[in-house]
Design a protein around this ligand. Structure first.
Ligand code: SF4
Ligand code: SF4
Length: 61
């Protein structure tokens, strides 16, 4: 988990909707289907912050 990404687990519904939409392929899911940001190829486009239906993501860059 990259510390630049803050996930609010109380809001997240584990829809995994952005695993396939990250343009850099930088997101996977854990065993509970919560998103895991690898922080390796991220270009800090803030796409998930914008598209998350639960507003569960904060990206610090
Ligand atoms: S898009 Fe939002 S609600 Fe869906 S898995 Fe990601 S953080 Fe959770
Ligand atoms: S900020 Fe953009 S590049 Fe980084 S993990 Fe999210 S969607 Fe992927």
């Amino acid at each position: 988990m990259n510390s630049a990404f803050e996930l609010n687990r109380e809001k997240c519904i584990c829809c995994s909707c952005y695993v396939d939409t990250c343009p850099m392929g930088d997101v996977t899911t854990d065993d509970e289907r919560y998103p895991v940001f690898q922080g390796v190829f991220c270009i800090y486009c803030h796409m998930y912050e914008i598209t998350c239906p639960q507003q569960a993501i904060t990206i610090h860059d």
